[in-house]
Design a binder for this molecule. Structure first.
Ligand SMILES: Cc1cc2nc3c(=O)[nH]c(=O)nc-3n(C[C@H](O)[C@H](O)[C@H](O)COP(=O)(O)O)c2cc1C
Length: 206
């Protein structure tokens, strides 16, 4: 038996902004759509996931986290790979290995700032730096209220560099009935941008 074939690969980074449910739901949908996911979690993202969701992550290393998430989301062998924050030899750390698309969901103000100035101090920042320098797809999902001038300037700067700011701002025109509907609104827009077929939300006019 050879390696299972996946339709595409996406780097998904979760950072410590509120809205962990968006990132976890995106992960679930990508895996269900036969996308291979390279997952990066900041330390703050782990705290937010524990605080905001029923997904209580194990305390251990990336291998333990990997087994936990494989199990929780029913990932196929080799479909989900978790990389540590100092894993400079991972494919996402170089233009020669990074996939065509990266999403940071949710994206904290701190990570926005670090990417906007090219800090590259951890693997999430480095992977985003690689996406920018290689002119690959980079989507950031910020969540803050209100935005400061610094947040707004960083978002404008990143947009001008070719990244996309897709805020965690669900619409209400589809008359959401539940929290899940609101989460799915944003996740559907992300899947659309990634070119992954979704049935969470019809397109406008359908
Ligand atoms: C429960 C919780 C909610 C938070 N919500 C936000 C938020 O909505 N937006 C934000 O930019 N930071 C938020 N923070 C603060 C960030 O987690 C913090 O600035 C952290 O240093 C970000 O690090 P990271 O970018 O490496 O994940 C939150 C923190 C916690 C614990």
């Amino acid at each position: 038996m050879g390696q299972p074939e996946f339709d595409k690969t996406v780097t998904l980074a979760m950072t410590g902004a509120s809205g962990a449910q968006y990132g976890l739901r995106l992960l679930q949908c990508l895996l269900a759509a036969n996308v291979r996911v390279w997952l990066l979690l900041s330390d703050a993202a782990r705290v937010v996931i524990d605080t905001e969701t029923d997904c209580q992550l194990p305390e251990g290393d990336e291998d333990e986290l990997q087994r936990f998430l494989d199990d929780r989301f029913g990932a196929a062998a080799g479909q989900l790979k978790v990389f540590g924050k100092r894993d400079w030899f991972s494919p996402v750390a170089s233009g020669t290995g990074a996939p065509a698309s990266m999403v940071i969901c949710p994206a904290s103000g701190g990570t926005l700032s670090a990417i906007a100035c090219g800090a590259s101090n951890n693997l999430i920042e480095r992977a985003a730096d690689v996406a920018l320098k290689e002119r690959r797809q980079l989507i950031l999902v910020p969540r803050e209220a209100p935005y400061s001038e610094i947040h707004l300037e960083n978002m404008l700067k990143l947009t001008r560099m070719g990244a996309m700011i897709l805020p965690a701002s669900p619409g209400f025109y589809q008359r959401p009935q539940s929290l899940q509907d609101l989460v799915d609104f944003v996740v559907a827009r992300l899947l659309d941008q990634l070119g992954v077929e979704q049935e969470l939300l019809p397109n406008w006019g359908e």
